[in-house]
Design a protein around this ligand. Structure first.
Ligand code: TMP
Ligand code: ASP
Length: 241
């Protein structure tokens, strides 16, 4: 597989064209940002953790929860071959426990268990600061169709059910997470899980101590950021890193 020109550079990843017109290579960086790019930094080794963890979770979701994903093959510590997709311009957020912007917006203390898992959609736009939108906004603006949104919602709750159990077995509470979907170019635009699932995009709390094991340590300047990513790597892979 040959890596051709860079198509895109995001805050945490680069995307390259390949000699297969239906596949891209993503390359994970150690760069970290928060608050829509306002806070910038580096988390040493983060790219390796996010690449390996995301690939492992996507393979498990395919095999054990029947969720189609963009994952094709891990090429190296930081690089993965993925299906070419057109990203649906939505951040899909699921919450099991109140935290972050949910706690701020609704005045619900961080750590309060939610009575049902909730779903939120944000329109992906750096200029607008990713505003929260509802299904009418999404369909009215043409960001996805009703059928796609129904599929996305169904997959999202199934992903939450699977991941909650997966992490619970490893002593980790899945507080909330953000995922993105894409339209599979080689498969009639079928919606599949894309982007990443990592400590950048999930809140992970130790089930006993409630210690934060994710990017909130960077966002909130708590220290021990690299150690938290390494700890999550151990929780997911055990000693077979
Ligand atoms: P929030 O509480 O700040 O809205 O974040 C909810 C979840 O989404 C949390 O697990 C972090 C993740 N997230 C991202 O992956 N990217 C983002 O840009 C933001 C704001 C949150
Ligand atoms: N990565 C996002 C940004 O810089 C935000 C975050 O993860 O908190 O905008």
């Amino acid at each position: 597989m040959e890596k051709l020109e860079q198509l895109y550079e995001g805050k945490a990843k680069k995307v390259y064209r390949t000699d297969d017109e239906n596949a891209y290579i993503v390359s994970y960086k150690d760069d970290a940002t928060a608050f829509n790019g306002l806070k910038k930094g580096t988390i040493s080794g983060k790219g390796v953790v996010n690449n390996r963890m995301s690939n492992y979770l996507m393979q498990k979701l395919e095999a054990e929860a029947g969720i189609p994903t963009h994952y094709i093959k891990e090429l190296s510590e930081r690089e993965t071959l993925v299906k070419k997709v057109e990203i649906v311009p939505l951040e899909v957020i699921v919450r099991n426990i109140a935290a972050g912007s949910f706690s701020k917006r609704f005045g619900v203390a961080e750590g309060t268990p939610l009575l049902i898992p909730t779903i939120e959609f944000c329109y992906k736009s750096d200029e607008l600061g990713d505003p929260m939108v509802n299904d009418y906004h999404i369909i009215a603006c043409g960001w996805s169709t009703r059928e796609e949104l129904d599929t996305i919602t169904d997959y999202t709750f199934r992903i939450n059910d699977y991941l909650k159990g997966f992490f619970a077995e490893r002593g980790v509470e899945l507080v909330d997470f953000k995922i993105e979907f894409g339209r599979d170019a080689a498969n009639g635009g079928k919606v599949i899980l894309a982007d990443e699932i990592s400590p950048d995009t999930c809140r992970f709390w130790d089930a006993k101590t409630h210690e934060k094991l994710d990017k909130d340590r960077f966002r909130r300047e708590m220290g021990g950021v690299e150690e938290a990513y390494e700890e999550m790597m151990r929780r997911v892979f055990g000693d077979n890193k």
